[in-house]
Design a protein around this ligand. Sequence first.
Ligand code: GDG
Length: 473
Amino acid sequence: MKKTPRLLVVSNRLPMTLSRNEGKWCIQPSSGGLVSALGPVLRNRGGFWAGWPGTTEKMSIRTMSELLGPASESSGYRLLPVVLSSEEVDNFYSGFSNSVLWPLFHDFQSRCDFSPRYWDGYLAVNRKFSRVLNSVCEDGDFVWVNDFHLIPLGEMLRSAGKSFRTSFFLHIPFPPADIFMKMPWRYEILGQMSQYDFVCFQTLRDRRNFMDCLRIFFPDFASSGRGHVLRVRLNGRHFFVGSLPISIDYQSYSRKGSSRAAISRAKQIKEGLFAEKLILGVDRLDYSKGIPEKLRGFQRCLEMYPQLVEKATLYQVVVPSRESVGEYKALKEEIELLISRINGKYSSTKWIPVNWYYGSVSGEELAALYRAADMALITSLKDGMNLVSKEYCACKGRDPGVLILSEFAGAALQLSRGAILVNPYDIDRLAAAIFRGFSMEDEEKKKKMNKITNPHTKIMTMENMKIQIKMKK
Ligand code: GDG
């Protein structure tokens, strides 16, 4: 009988993070969209998940396995740590990944730092990942590489001579050719992406940008097919290129949002905030998420529509992220300043316009916040997908809610019929959209939300992720 191929998932971070607190090692779930999206798809599927465990501190192999072993058992796949030094993290993670690829791929080319040492560090860490994977990979395995940190990995694995299939999924956007061209290593990056058997993007827009770049840089490029997966021929070999948007475990969010605990906690939250109308923002601390733009839009809304003063409260959760990168500290300060200005101008003895929490809340608390919110406000300046928008709709269920979503989030291409789309740079229209959301009748809100959550549309299901895994066959 033919053996089912084993699945090896690779991402920069493991789904669990190790840290040392007052001399004691702790393990906790990693945050961010990649882990939220992949976790439920992989649970109990077997195989491996390889990645960095999030610490550069030295620890014995025994301590590492004592910490990761139980997490492996409960998740149903083996966690394979790739240990990195602080110098490696500086050049590979803070450097090439977060100071070159992240800003460039989100169209912020002026934020890029193209230091050559970052490129060397990026390749060196990818080689390290490939050595760790090669130690467990067998012929016939299916290796699923995730995100921009690990683009060269497919080619490195292939050069080891074993025969396994590789797939690459880019969780962030792929930029238009005129932006991509700015990168000194553009030719190398495109060549490395073309070494996978399957390269997959969140949206048709990202896939089109990638195909445009291939056309410009590789004269013998040819493509065929139509629909979500195309066939590409390049330099004598062929591979597939797809656009398969990532989603969430809809049933699980829907259950959590309509649980008794979430409904009762949602009531408490609203009472505690004295909020007649609650607007919710949930974002990682990142300039791509447009948090300052959201705050300016909310302030403008209070100026333009004073009837919302003492009625609409913005609650913003900001999840700490990349705190070692200087720009992120500056962003936090900018957010603090904007919030204190709004609160200084509008607060009264019974109402504070903006409440924020800098930290990560539990999954249960997040579901209760989604349930409590009359509106979710997402103002990304560019976003691969944005799972928060989907989670909000799933948790809200039949309770009337409004989704205001940036047209620059990948999710906008899927959720446009049910959301109010905004350009976060257009402050007056953003303010008007918030007001419009609150002026809508409950029936209209429910109708719009149904366009998103209706199971026939399949936009909230994980079908697409499953298709990617099926590509291994
Ligand atoms: C990248 C791409 C793409 C947030 N705060 C808390 C918390 N979260 C969870 C949310 C959500 C996830 O983090 C954030 O996902 P996003 O998709 O919004 O954004 P990124 O982290 O930037 O993810 C993005 C994604 O990858 C997947 O492909 O959509 O475009 O940038 O799941 O729920 N979870 C908990 N507490 C929090 O305080 N428990």
